[in-house]
Design a protein around this ligand. Structure first.
Ligand code: UT7
Length: 332
């Protein structure tokens, strides 16, 4: 893992979509034994957007994708590849990416899903940038999309307070003269901790049965506090070393896009890295944890605020089921 060489890959356009339905901490405190104060203080979340019944991951992905294509001035026929990072695919197969490719009429493009926990979005960006760097792809649509709400146990206060639905997308292409470019990436996994965030039911290990339903195996399960401690321990030194391996001091990163899992995790990591709070993008208050979509949504909103300047460095980082983690640096 390391520094990109070959054709520089640039972000040409971005898009996002979140469902209209909003559910507040107050709403959740009527469903499980929790409170607005607890959720706010422990996570930073105030509300999250949830899909309507029948609104699928491919639907939210398509909406974000259409906006990204328009923003980039790229037509679906121009695309060489569609990559969707998701942990809540409509079905285990086909993947979401082929469905979206079909919905868009991206007739020349291949399509595949990346399923790597909440880190999937960062993995997908790295795949897309690598494909462009190598010259095999010219234009790639990368989407992070989740409809996790049907996979969440709304009687489990450990998980139901956290997650939200939504999608973010970006179109990547070969950088034009003076355009931005991806600089470097580092993708990691600690599979010995594969039991920390799971969705166990309905596949090879636990084929669907009356028993799997009764045991609640068709829901997201998370050892929240263990994940919290793992991330606090691993992520700050990983990011420091990643920056140094990229030839960049952490202080020289202008904007930090952490996976929006928990505001306390983000603030602690930033503090340990000596990052000024104003350089850290936070929107977990509005969307909760949208898993593989979170860094895309954060970037979309940030770009619309017109704060980014030519040459600014943006670092995207995420962690999640696997346990996977990783980072990618972009120079605007
Ligand atoms: O996106 C993938 C990666 N995921 C993450 O990064 C999530 C990481 N983990 C977290 O964000 C946090 O661990 C949680 C927000 C899930 C939980 O926060 P915590 O500070 O780790 O709480 P805890 O599990 O240590 O629980 C502390 C107390 C316990 O009560 P006692 O034993 O001290 O009496 C829990 O039973 O808080 C209680 N508790 C709650 N109380 C009200 C746990 N969940 C809730 C709740 N409302 N929703």
């Amino acid at each position: 893992m390391g520094v990109f060489s070959g054709v520089p890959a640039s972000i040409m356009g971005t898009g996002m979509y979140v469902p209209k339905k909003v559910i507040t901490n107050e709403d959740i405190s009527k469903m499980v034994d929790t409170s607005d104060e607890w959720i706010r203080e422990r996570t930073g979340i105030l509300r999250r957007h949830l899909a309507e019944k029948g609104e699928l991951t491919s639907d939210v992905a398509e909406k974000a994708a259409r906006e990204a294509l328009e923003d980039a001035g790229v037509t679906p026929e121009d695309l060489d590849m569609v990559i969707v990072a998701t942990n809540s695919p409509d079905t285990i197969f086909p993947g979401v990416a082929p469905k979206v490719q079909g919905m868009l009429g991206a007739n020349r493009a291949g399509a595949f899903d990346v399923q790597s926990g909440c880190t999937g979005g960062v993995y997908a960006m790295a795949m897309a940038a690598s494909g462009i760097a190598s010259g095999i792809w010219k234009k790639v649509l990368v989407i992070g999309a989740e409809v996790l709400s049907p996979l969440v146990d709304w009687t489990d206060r450990n998980t139901c307070i956290l997650f939200g639905d939504g999608a973010g997308a970006m179109v990547l292409g070969a950088a034009e003269e003076g355009g931005g470019r991806f600089i470097s990436t580092e993708l990691r996994s600690d599979g010995e901790k594969h039991d920390q965030i799971t969705f166990r039911g309905g596949l090879v290990e636990n084929p669907a049965s009356q028993e799997t339903v009764e045991k609640g195996l068709h829901y997201v399960e998370m050892k929240g506090n263990e994940v919290f401690r793992f991330v606090n321990r691993i992520i700050p030194p990983f990011l420091r070393q990643f920056c140094l391996n990229s030839g960049i001091e952490p202080e020289a990163i202008e904007w930090w896009f952490f996976h929006q899992a928990n505001q306390r995790i983000i603030e602690r990591a930033a503090e340990r890295l000596g990052i000024q709070p104003e350089k850290v993008i936070i929107n977990i208050d509005e969307y909760g944890n949208t898993s593989a979509a979170s860094v895309f949504i954060a970037l979309y909103e940030f770009l619309r605020e017109d704060r980014v300047k030519k040459g600014d460095r943006l670092l995207f980082t995420a962690f999640g089921a696997g346990m996977t983690y990783g980072g990618i640096i972009y120079e605007a």
